[in-house]
Write a protein that binds this ligand. Structure first.
Ligand code: GTP
Length: 598
């Protein structure tokens, strides 16, 4: 049957081990795209992604490969996002496959996300093809890394293809291994339609384009489909394959991968992980693993001085249409006025959205301190999920607060164990255990509050290990914790946008840090500006921005006219990027500067 010649697979790897480069090579070697048409990094299609060198949105490509046995195979290469923030999306795209090419950088060896991705692939019962990349480099040590794969992951790596994605070495071996080792799809074309949504994007003309893997049955234009979990119904307007641009076809059958359009207005209506079936003849059971992605990190996004609220709202709506994991609602801040509370999968996701607002929509925005969601239990037994520090109920009403805990797996060369254990301890981590995965490399397993991870833990890990440390984490539970709300007062006025929830043991250090940082950033005023950090009524830290000295002002007025003009110009420039809080002017950078600590 046609299924015998289909291979559905993903490439999984730790960040920077060469996934995108290899994908490009595979596309090139399967001959569908002429070399001159290849844009660098074919699969990563957003500018931001390219700049940051990470894959955020999935892309899928259908390729034709003529194997050494003379037969033609259809390869559906399903890309996976390469960052811990997107684990659920990775797991759903793997669920669309029968196999996974596991790339390991032959100079680096197995890393935290190599393992995390392997576990996801094993959960989906995928055939894993270990592949060593970057063998062109003098520092490559393929034999050692093979042993590492066998020891750590427990899969046979003896015959792992040795490739250089960059130089195009060994690609053929890999393609043959895919033909030989990845199982062909099974599934019945006569069965009731069962198709997995593993990605989607919004197209201005077609509406939402769903990437799907059909497991049973068939789907074509005109069919009335139903989403099993959201229960929404749509009429199919087009089905097709990604080659890599959309190419319409008559139908998609069991085992095939392609896209479906059905005039769907936003990606949230076609949720990743949901099962598509026919409304008239539905399957009984949806595919396993559906879950609604939960935002883990929240922050406020506000128009900066001179920016229009409506413009920011429009942009956020546009972003949301294309990103089901991003959500927002209106909120007001005493300090910043009208704005939005936004939810993200993680800090990287947040940074990406903010950057897109600035770059693609040309907007100036202010973001408040990111916060995790706290579970607040009140004295009367009521439970509130709080994502905005300003909404924390009065202390007297609170019985206790719980915070989200993650399981963090950290992989490092052994010489950094001391430094990283110290770092984790400082971040309130609890060590679960530690294991030597090779003679020189160690994996540390910690439980750590998410709150500590979102404040630049990853940067700290990288800098303390000279870039060699890697991290993977996932939410495990809520745990009771002594957290408090830390407020910032400027000239005695509370500025709610700076409020944050911190652990009691960190409050003093954090309060001091924030005051010192703000002192550096807030310009001199005509009067003295006290900067205070407080918990409730109690001031725990204080700094002061001194007032202008009289003679400075006098000088200005006394000077020649052109100099005065220049000064005024300069002041105006500065104004634009300032926010007025009561009597105090704060530059925009203050909001991000207080978040970094180390
Ligand atoms: P994410 O998209 O973030 O997951 O990264 P990636 O795994 O796709 O890595 P990418 O393909 O962007 O490669 C990372 C870096 O390694 C780039 O600078 C590549 O040029 C380089 N690289 C990839 N393959 C090879 C190779 O075979 N040899 C050498 N020398 N460099 C390579």
């Amino acid at each position: 049957s046609y299924q015998k010649h289909i291979r559905n697979f993903s490439i999984i790897a730790h960040i920077d081990h060469g996934k995108s480069t290899l994908a490009d090579r595979i596309i090139e070697n399967t001959g569908l795209v002429a070399h001159r048409d290849m844009k660098e990094q074919f699969l990563d299609n957003m500018d931001l992604e390219r700049e940051r060198g990470i894959t955020i949105k999935l892309q899928t490509t259908r390729l034709v490969y003529k194997a050494k046995n003379g037969e033609e195979y259809i390869f559906n290469l399903i890309d996976t996002p390469g960052h811990v923030d997107f684990t659920y999306e990775v797991s759903r795209s793997l669920a669309a496959c029968e196999g996974a090419v596991l790339i390991v950088d032959a100079t680096q060896g197995v890393e935290a996300q190599t393992l995390a991705n392997v576990y996801l692939a094993l959960d989906e019962n995928l055939e894993i093809i270990p592949t060593l990349n970057k063998i062109d480099l003098a520092s490559a040590r393929p034999d050692e890394v093979k042993l590492e794969i066998e020891d750590i992951i427990g899969i046979d790596a003896e015959n792992a293809p040795l490739v250089s994605a960059k130089e195009g070495i060994g690609i053929e071996d890999l393609l043959e291994a895919i033909v030989a080792q990845v199982p062909a799809p099974s599934g019945s074309i006569e069965g009731k339609l069962k198709a997995l949504i593993f990605d989607s994007y919004y197209d201005n003309y077609k509406g939402v384009v769903i990437y799907t893997r059909v497991f049973d049955g068939r789907v074509k234009k005109g069919d009335m489909i139903r989403m099993m979990n959201t229960k929404k119904k749509y009429e199919v307007t087009e089905v097709g394959v990604c080659s890599p641009g959309p190419v319409a076809c008559k139908e998609l059958r069991a085992g095939e991968v392609g896209y479906i359009c059905a005039s769907i207005k936003q990606v949230a209506d076609a949720r990743v992980g949901d099962t598509i079936t026919l409304d008239a003849d539905p399957t009984e059971e949806s595919l396993p693993g559906y879950k609604k992605v939960q935002s883990m990190v929240y922050c406020g996004i506000y128009p900066a001085e001179g920016e229009k609220y409506e413009n920011v709202k429009d942009a956020l709506e546009k972003l949301q249409v294309n990103d089901a994991a991003f959500n927002f609602e209106a909120e007001t801040s005493q300090a910043l006025g009208f704005g939005f509370r936004c939810g993200f999968l993680g800090l990287l996701h947040m940074e990406i959205i903010v950057e897109r607002l600035e770059r693609e929509f040309n907007l100036a925005v202010i973001t408040t301190s990111p916060s995790v969601i706290y579970r607040v239990v009140l004295n009367n037994g009521e439970i509130q999920m709080i994502q905005n520090p300003s909404n924390l109920p009065k202390l007297t009403e609170i019985s206790y607060i719980e915070e989200p805990i993650v399981k963090a797996d950290i992989m490092i060369p052994k010489e950094y164990v001391g430094a990283i254990m110290e770092l984790c301890q400082d971040r309130r981590g609890k060590m679960i255990h530690m294991e030597y995965i090779t003679e020189t490399r160690v994996q540390l397993h910690y439980e750590m509050p998410l709150n500590e991870v979102i404040y630049d833990f990853f940067d700290a890990l990288k800098s303390k290990t000279r870039g060699y440390g890697s991290l993977d984490y996932e939410f495990i539970r809520y745990e009771r914790s002594q957290v408090v709300k830390l407020d910032v007062l400027l000239n005695k006025d509370l500025v709610d946008a700076f409020s944050m929830i911190v652990h009691e043991s960190k409050a003093y250090a954090r309060g001091k840090f924030v005051c010192e940082k703000l002192k550096e950033i807030i310009p001199m005023h005509q009067f003295e500006v006290p900067i205070q950090a407080a918990i409730g009524q109690k001031i725990i830290a204080r700094e002061t921005v001194r007032a202008y000295r009289k003679d400075v002002i006098a000088k200005c007025y006394g000077g020649d006219i052109s100099r005065k003009k220049k000064l005024l110009e300069k002041q105006k420039e500065g104004k634009k990027r300032m926010r007025q809080f009561g009597t105090v002017e704060v530059p925009q950078e203050a909001f991000t500067a207080v978040l970094k600590y180390d």
